[in-house]
Design a protein around this ligand. Structure first.
Ligand code: URA
Length: 211
């Protein structure tokens, strides 16, 4: 059953609509990427919200304004030096998390961007994005503060800025993640979990069979 929802915002009819037919978000207005052809890193969020849907660009709403500040103040790299996009390009109904099937289908956009840009460093914003890169068994609390190497890329998990807005007491962890990203970009910090040993440690990181 397709998950159509009533639109509560006016979307410019000229905005491109998604044509990935098997996705429940098929026919919705798509949000593209904030592109930099030679970024210091790629940042991958989860899904657009209302303001992103209206503007056509990722992270332009409340979370986006937080993101811009965290990059400037903690990562110490201005936002325009990044390539920014989301796992899914359309806004899910009622701002729910994108469904697994939607992510599988829509992340073809992300695969194309990864292939074209070939970022050496990827900052994964939020749980869904982090798990897309590192595997579904890895919770944010365990991935937090670590630097992974996967498929020839360095992956830095970042708590989602929305998390800081809803849980101000988690700001310390959020700041730490963005600081780590800056250190990785400047070459001041290396990989914590390398690709060879990652599967062995993945279970422990996920909390299964930890000793
Ligand atoms: N949250 C996301 O994950 N992406 C956006 O573009 C906006 C908010």
């Amino acid at each position: 059953m397709r998950d159509w929802h009533k639109r509560d915002v006016h979307i410019n009819p000229d905005r491109p609509k998604c044509a990935l037919y098997d996705c429940s978000l098929w026919g919705h207005a798509m949000v593209g990427a904030e592109e930099n052809p030679h970024p210091v890193a790629m940042l991958v969020g989860e899904a657009p919200g209302q303001e992103e849907e209206e503007s056509g660009f990722p992270f332009v709403g409340k979370s986006g304004r937080e993101l811009t500040m965290y990059l400037r103040d903690f990562t110490r790299v201005p936002r325009n030096r990044f390539f920014i996009l989301n796992l899914v390009n359309c806004r899910p109904p009622k701002n729910r998390d994108p469904l697994r099937g939607e992510i599988v289908i829509c992340s073809s956009h992300l695969l194309v961007a990864l292939g074209e840009i070939e970022p050496r460093i990827v900052g994964t914003i939020g749980r869904l994005s982090t798990q897309w890169f590192l595997g579904r068994g890895i919770p944010m609390e365990k991935a937090h503060g670590m630097v992974f190497e996967r498929d020839g890329r360095i992956v830095v998990p970042l708590y989602h800025p929305a998390y800081g807005l809803h849980s101000p007491r988690r700001m310390k962890e959020i700041i730490e993640d963005f600081v780590v990203l800056g250190e990785v970009i400047r070459g001041e910090r290396g990989v914590t979990v390398g690709c060879e040993i990652a599967p062995m440690y993945a279970q422990r990181i996920a909390g299964d069979g930890a000793r």
